[in-house]
Unconditional design. Sequence first.
Lengths: 335, 304
Amino acid sequence: MKKEILKLRGVKVHFPVQAGVFNRVVGHVLAVDGVDLDIFRGEVLGLAGESGCGKTTLGKAILRLVEPTDGEVKYISQDDDETELTSLEKKDMDPFRKKLQIVFQDPHSSLNPSFTIFGSLQDPLKKFGIKSKEERRKIIGDLLEAVNMRREYMDRYPHEFSGGQRQRIGIVRALCLEPELIVCDEAVSALDVSIQAQVLKLLMQLKKEKNLTYLFITHDLSVTEYLCDRIAVMYLGRIVELCDSEDLYNNTLHPYSEALISAIPVADLDKQTKRIVLEGDVPSPVNPPKGCPFHPRCPKATDICKTEVPTLKKYSTNGNEHYASCHLIDLPEIS
Amino acid sequence: MAKSSLDKKFDQIRKREEEKTFSTKKRSRIVNKFLNNRLAVLGLIIFTIIILASIFAPLLSPYDPMRVDLRSMRQPPSFDHWFGTDSTGRDVFTRVLFGGRVSIFIGLGSAILSAVVGIAVGCYAGYKGGWIDVIALRISEIFMSFPQIILVLLLVSITGQSLFNLMAIFILTGWGGMYRLARARMLSLREEEYVQALRSFGLSTFTICYKHMLPNALSPIMVNITLSTAMFILTEAGLSFLGLGVPLNIPTWGNILNVAQDILILQNYWWMWGPVGIVISVFVLCVNFIGDGLRDSTDPSQQG
C-alpha cells in the first residue's frame, strides 16, 4: 500500500518583475504555475525538464527556501497526520525542516570555505538538540563512513576535496538529521560521468538503508531512467506528464517528453533513432503563450492547442496510472 | 630493479605520511603570500617599530613631553635632544613618541570601531534585504554625503575640542564605507548554496550571517581597515594643524605640526616640524603597504 509523504496542490511561485523609477511591478515570472503532485513514501520521483522550467524552484518551494505564492504543500507523517507547511510560522517549521532536506547542484559553492566539515555541519545538529560535542563528532563521523569517506576528513577544509567528495559531504549534510525526504537538486549534474555513477549508486544504497524518499530533480533523462520509480516532466512551470518511468520511455504520451527522450544518446551504432529537434527557445515565463504552453514548439500542434489550455488528465498504460496534459492523446480518459 | 632517485623520494614522503610526522599545515597560504611581498613585510616591520616605540615611550626618553624648560628653548638637534626642542623647550623627540600614542590610537581606533559598526549593520541588512536594507543604505548615504570638516566645526563650536568628539566624528563619517563593503559581499554570498543549506535547517539569521557568512566577507574589510587607519591619521594631523582637532595641550603628530603655522618657525627651525612630518608620512606609507599586501594575499584570484 503506497502512502503519500508530500501532497502538493496548486503550488505557484511567482516572482515580481520590477521596472521604472519607482520599481513598479510590471509583471510576474511564473516560475511554478500550479503544480499538483503526490510523492509517495519510499519512492524515487524524478522531476525532469529543460533549463528554466521551474524544477529547482519547485524543489526549493517544498522546503520553503523560496516562499510559494499560492497553493498547499502538505506533509503526511508516518502516523497519517497531515500538516500544511506553507502557512506555518517560521518557528513551527522546525520539526519539518528535520524531515525534509536538500542536496545541491554545485559542489563548489555548497560548502563554506572558511569552516572545516565538522565546523559547518555541527550547528544544525546543535540546533536539533545534540548537545555534546562527542556525540556530534560521532554522528558526522559515522555518516562520512557511510558515504565511503574517512572519519578524519571532518577536520579538513572544503578546498582539500574533489568535486565528487564534496558532493558526498553535501549528502552527509542532508542526512545528518535523519530526514525522510531528500530533494536532490541536480545532485550529479556537475560531476564527471564516472563520478556520477558512483554518487548515484551511493544515493540508492543510502535510500535502502535509511528508508529515504527522493525527489530527484534533473535535466538528464538518461539518469532518471535507471533511478526513478516515477517521472514527472515539467514545462514552463507546469507538469505535462507524470507516470512510471518505464511507461515514460515505452508509452510516451506528451510530444514534449517524446522530444526529450529522443535526445538521449544511445550507445549502439547500428540503432537509428529519429531525433525530434525542437525549434526555438522556451517561451518567456513572464507571458507564456496562450493555449497549450508548448504549442509554438510542438511538431504536432493543431488549432485547439493555440486556444485551449490542456489539463492534466489520467490515462492508463500497461495498467498503470499515467497523467498527461495534451489535447492530442487518443486514449480513453479514466477518472 | 634499481630504484630511481625519484622513487626513493616518494618512498620517503610516504613513510613520513604513514608515521604522521608529515606536517601538512604550518602556515596558511595567505600568510605565505603576505611574507613573500617585500614591501608589505617592510611596512609591517616599520609599523611595529613605530607602535612599540610609542607604547614604550617613557623607557626610550628621559624627558616629560609636557614639561616646559625655558633654559633650553629652540635648540637644534643634539645628543641630548635628538630632534631638538620647541619654543617652550620641550623635547621634540619625546613629543613625537608620545604623540604617536594618541595619533595611532585615533587612527586605528576609529577605523576598527567604524568597521565594527559598518559590519554589524551591513551583514544583517545585506543578508536580510528588503526594507531594512533600504533604510540602512539611505542612512549611510546621508552620513557619507556630509562633509567631515563641517561636522568637526559644528561639534567643536558646540562642545569644544576633545579626543572623544574627534573619534566620534570619524566613526560617524567612516562607517558608511565599511557598511557598503560588507553589504556588497553579503549580497553575493547569500546566493551561495551553503547559505541555502543552512537556511534549510532553519538556523537563526544571526547564526547564519554573523557566524557562517562573515568570515568569508572579512578579507576586503581587513584591507579597508588598514587603509582607513592611514586616512584617519592624516585627517587628524590636518585638523590638528588647523587647530580644530585634538586639544593643543595633548601631544599628537598633528599638534606638533601645528607650530609650523608660524612663518618664522617654518623658515628657521626645521627640526620642529620636519621629523614629525617624516614620521607621519613613513607611518602612513607603511600602513598602505600593509593594506596592499593584505589585499593581494587575501585575493583568491591572484596566484603565487
